[in-house]
Design a protein around this ligand. Structure first.
Ligand code: NAP
Length: 434
């Protein structure tokens, strides 16, 4: 028997478990450890609440979770309840599938003013992550600024722009729905430091901005390169740029404008005790494709700044870390000493949910090659015994199913669930003692 611990129950964690089952067969026992009492990581707290079809992938993870040789070990914080060193003594392989939950800082003067928040915090707030339930973002307008030209920036701008009716069928949490209903921003500015040909936005997600009931996108035609230049783009980017061209040509009259501000880089955030404006410098792209400031600046009035400029994996004591790249140091997923990294913790915050599947297979192949069948390590029994001595209450998959049933029962009309946003409430719902 080989014992595998996977830290993190998001897509990278579950795809790795599935791959270990296929690669090693019945002779493997897998524990998926998560610090939250609820599974699925970014599927639950990252994917936008109005993208329910994407969240449906959790059914696949559920079938892995329900198989006999996989356990969910929730409510266990590695580093506090058990150390990495202890896990490597208990298990033949320990896989870090911890994602990249920390926001990269903007790193400009004023970025610590109240009202400047990172996308992990803002997305966590509307998705009911317990760490961010009390965020209380400033939605009183007149403007909100979203920094970045990727899909997270699109998610944030769209969520800020939607009406309550447009969230029907979503699982946005009640506190965010209520707060967004009172939002008074009239202009949501998306700051892209490069041009339309350099966006990281995918066509389907970008196209959604053209179908909002109280908001319309605005693109300055002068920012668009000559149309003939689109021919050299890869097909996905060409489709995205086609959306931008359509936005530039359309003149939809809506109460909220989503303004694409290209070649625009925030250089400071200003305000008296809270955000009042963002100072932006016009940029140009030099001959080597690098962004450079042109010296010309202007101010955008804003109460809220959400930076959507990428994430970092927080370091863990004793695990080799690449500070430049903001993730665990690894060689194609091998960290060394029985440790592996997978998903965003391995490669950084890029790619779709499906990208984690081949990642998981690669790690399972490594584990099959690097470990032996009868090392004598105790695996989950050893973990249970250790956590028992420390008074840690494990949340099992069966417990999660009770929590999930309670969330489904509490759903408002048309919604799939109303998520618990406090760990105590989750623990109470599984029938245990909070
Ligand atoms: P991303 O795709 O890497 O985009 C980050 C954006 O931030 C880029 O436009 C980048 O510009 C900009 N940026 C970085 N540093 C900056 C700075 N200091 N100042 C101003 N702008 C800066 O990252 P993401 O949007 O966080 O998405 C992460 C991953 O999740 C991506 O693979 C994304 O596709 C995926 N995702 C997918 C979906 C979906 O499919 N529905 C939804 C959400 C996220 P430069 O290009 O100039 O560096």
């Amino acid at each position: 028997m080989r014992h595998v611990a996977i830290i993190g129950s998001g897509p990278a964690g579950y795809y790795t478990a599935e791959a270990c089952q296929k690669q090693i067969g019945d002779a493997v026992r897998i524990d998926i450890i998560d610090r939250l009492p609820v599974p699925y990581g970014l599927i639950r707290t990252g994917v936008a609440p109005d993208h329910q079809s994407i969240k449906g992938v959790s059914r696949r993870y559920e079938s892995t979770a329900l198989s006999g040789n996989v356990r969910f070990v929730g409510n266990v914080t590695v580093g506090r309840d058990v150390t990495i060193a202890e896990l490597t003594l208990l298990y033949d392989a320990v896989v870090l599938a911890t994602g990249a939950p920390a926001d990269r800082p903007l790193g400009i003067p004023g970025d610590d003013l109240p009202g400047v928040i990172g996308s992990a915090a803002f997305v966590g707030w509307y998705n009911g992550h317990p760490d961010f339930a009390a965020l209380g973002p400033a939605l009183d307008g007149p403007g909100a600024v979203v920094v970045g030209a990727g899909n997270v920036a699109l998610d944030v701008a769209r969520i800020l722009a939607k009406t309550g009716e447009e969230f029907v069928g979503s699982d946005i949490v009640g506190h965010a729905l209520d707060a967004l209903d009172t939002a008074r921003h009239e202009i949501i500015t998306i700051l892209a430091r490069r041009g339309p040909h350099q966006i990281a936005m995918t066509p389907k997600e970008l196209g959604e901005l053209g179908h909002l009931s109280r908001a319309a996108p605005r693109v300055d035609p002068a920012d668009l390169p000559p149309q003939a230049d689109d021919a050299g783009l890869d097909p996905g980017l060409r489709k995205s740029v086609a959306h931008l061209r359509a936005f530039a040509a359309a003149h939809q009259d809506r109460p909220i404008v989503i303004d694409f501000d290209f070649f625009a880089m925030p250089v400071a955030v200003e305000g008296d005790g809270r955000v009042e404006r963002v100072i932006v410098e016009r940029t140009a792209i030099d001959a080597d494709g690098r962004v450079c400031g042109t010296g010309g600046t202007y101010a955008i009035p804003a109460a809220l700044v959400v930076s959507c400029i990428g994430y970092r994996t927080p370091p863990i004591d004793g695990v080799p870390y690449d500070h430049g790249l903001g993730r665990f140091a690894n060689d194609e997923g091998r960290v060394g000493g029985g440790l592996y990294a997978v998903g965003w913790a391995r490669r950084g915050p890029t790619g779709t949910i499906g990208t984690n599947r081949p990642d998981g297979f690669m790690i399972a192949e490594h584990i099959a090659a690097d470990t032996i069948d009868a090392s004598g390590k105790p695996g989950g029994h050893g973990l249970d015994a250790l956590l028992g001595t420390r008074g840690v209450q494990i949340v099992t998959f069966r417990d999660w199913q009770r929590i999930e049933a309670a969330e489904i029962a509490a759903a408002r009309t048309g919604a799939p669930r109303e998520k618990f946003t406090a760990i105590e409430a989750m623990l109470a719902a599984r029938g245990g003692v909070a």
